[in-house]
Design a protein around this ligand. Structure first.
Ligand code: NAP
Length: 262
């Protein structure tokens, strides 16, 4: 299927690894020019080189910086000639007990997982509307739909973003001008973040890492973790010309882990 995205420009945030990288690879393979960001320059440059090899015809620009800061966002936006596609992503907040979190921990979570994507939408969606095409994909979490008790910072901050998107995506001046805004909710995907979480569980419990991962895999009906490639494929489709009637949605991709009918 031709996704109809040749020559578009995408800003894919937090994309040197994991799910963001999966999205950047899938979009570049569809002929989309990409600006990718991450804080660590070495991994970012390595990913940019991989993208150029995977999609020789497209432009790949790498902008090192912290996307949760005004400077990081300004640099990313300045590098992108026009943002037709915005993939919002950043590291997730740490796990813990809400009794231990103060104002600073909450502000950091809200800054990274709610305010940053809202600021980037504010900077880009009216331009998208003026050109008659735009796609925003926010990478959130299955924990928005099925909250995880020790991820309270994530549950809270991402729910705030989800509420904002539910209203904004339906504004006529965006929706009727070809702009869609959707959230993609990952379940368990095999990325560095997932593995470091399991490594800390293994260390605390004294179990081997592989035993922790096997036990977790068994909780997913698919019997495995998702791959960044699968996540990227869904992102690319949601960004495609064929997905113009999908708007304001929360799309779960979790191997069947969420147990509800809806
Ligand atoms: P990952 O493999 O650790 O990759 C994170 C990427 O984001 C890296 O490229 C990292 O590079 C970059 N990054 C992190 N913080 C950044 C910042 N402030 N500014 C710019 N770049 C930043 O993580 P992942 O598993 O892909 O997770 C991506 C998001 O999905 C996270 O918010 C996570 O909570 C959420 N999520 C993941 C899963 C899962 O199963 N993997 C499930 C639910 C939700 P640098 O460190 O060099 O900046």
């Amino acid at each position: 299927m031709d996704l109809g995205l040749q020559g578009k420009w995408a800003l894919v945030c937090a994309a040197s690894k994991g799910l963001g990288k999966g999205c950047a690879v899938a979009l570049a393979r569809e002929g989309v020019n990409v600006v990718i960001t991450a804080r660590g320059d070495a991994a970012l440059q390595a990913t940019a080189a991989e993208l150029r090899q995977a999609a020789p015809g497209v432009q790949v620009l790498a902008v090192a910086g912290d996307i949760t800061t005004p400077e990081g966002r300004a640099a990313a936006l300045a590098a992108c000639p026009q943002v037709d596609i915005l993939v919002n992503n950043a590291g997730g907040p740490p796990p813990g007990d809400f009794r231990d979190w103060g104002r600073e921990a909450w502000l950091a979570a809200v800054e990274a997982n709610m305010f940053t994507p809202i600021e980037l939408m504010k900077a880009t969606v009216d331009g998208m509307a003026s050109r008659g095409f735009g796609r925003v994909v926010n990478i959130t979490s299955s924990s928005v739909k099925a909250p995880i008790d020790f991820l309270g910072l994530s549950n809270g901050a991402r729910s705030g973003l989800t509420g904002f998107v539910a209203g904004t995506a339906r504004q006529g001046r965006l929706a009727a001008a070809g702009v869609t805004i959707n959230n993609i909710l990952p379940g368990t995907f095999d990325t560095d973040r997932l593995r470091s979480g399991f490594a800390s569980v293994a260390q605390k419990s004294g179990q081997p890492l592989e035993a922790v991962m096997t036990a977790r895999r068994k909780t997913v009906p698919a019997g495995r973790f998702g791959t960044p490639e699968e996540f990227g494929a869904l992102c690319a489709f949601v960004c495609s010309v064929h997905a113009g009637y999908i708007n304001g949605q929360n799309l779960l991709i979790d191997g069947g882990a969420y147990p509800g009918t809806f």
